[in-house]
Design a protein around this ligand. Sequence first.
Ligand code: ACO
Length: 332
Amino acid sequence: MPRSAILGVGHHVPDKVVTNDDLARLMPTSDAWIQQRTGIRERRFIAESGTGASDLAVPAARMAVERAGRKVEDVDMIIFATLSPDVNFPGSGCFLGHKLGLPGVPALDIRNQCSGFLYGLSIADAWVRAGAYRNILVVGAEVHSTGLDFSERGRDVAVLFGDGAGAALIGQSPGDERGLLSIALHADGAGAQDLWLQAPASSHIPRLTPEMMERGDHFPRMNGKQVFRWATEKMPEVSLEVLEKAGLGVSAVDLFVPHQANMRINQLVASKLGLPEDKVVHNIERYGNTTAATIPIGLSEAWAEGRLHEGATTLLAAFGSGYTWGAAVVRF
Ligand code: ACO
């Protein structure tokens, strides 16, 4: 059965740059605290109300399709990974399909947080290999800035996140040696409450009460130390799992594109794997954590820099809320 491959990648971030000093004007924090703990210097936020995840995804999708040498009309399936959809329902994939002018093309939203792009890649891979679809757009896009708690109560989370979108076009591999060599996905709901957004909650009547708002249940909450511990354990573990599945050692990796949660997490993961700094893609310092978008944005920037040359063996790995995590080995 022919493999699937990433045929093209694209990204888009809003123009508005928000520095750590800008955040320090909103709440008690500092550039030094943020940089030291996370490596983040700045992030992008949407400039005005009315821009949703699907709006950021449009230029990212167009770039991915163009780099793949295809036309937007060739897209026959959309998988949209986001934890910050345009509205609660319908899914952002429906909005994206409409904005791209693709009536009738199926669209699937998935809610797998920081691992969303890898979950989407795995679904696309299965569909391409089964012959169900030929050109699948896998998108990761987030607008976080409108849902963060910019007060002392929420500062641990608010400093981490940024807005942005990345996209990949998945189709049949152009050659035997190229394409998705292996992929693995995992989840463990035991850690669900370590990083979550509780409200509105369908289990509550009504779904959102003044008391819930007073407590800030409608903002994301995080147990940062637990997330750090799990991420630095599971990302190396699943990376070794996919390398073994692909029959490769760590030395075969030309490029490592980890989810961008925190510079310290990525440095620790790379060092546990024995991967040198020059093989690791970082953009957290410029964009913060864009959740489902971090990996396709990283791939898209690496593509622009010529780092995804033919034959480049690329390791992708993510960990996030759920908990969900995964990794993949892709040869370009
Ligand atoms: N600015 C200044 N001080 C802050 C801030 C802030 N933004 N946030 C928290 N603090 C304070 C705390 O209140 C605390 O003060 P105290 O000692 O007086 O009580 C102090 O800083 C230390 O807080 P800790 O939570 O212990 O800080 P820690 O060293 O654990 O760093 C951090 C926090 C950066 C969140 C860290 O736990 C981490 O990196 N965790 C990983 C979480 C992550 O990356 N999440 C991303 C989403 S999940 C994902 O994508 C994988």
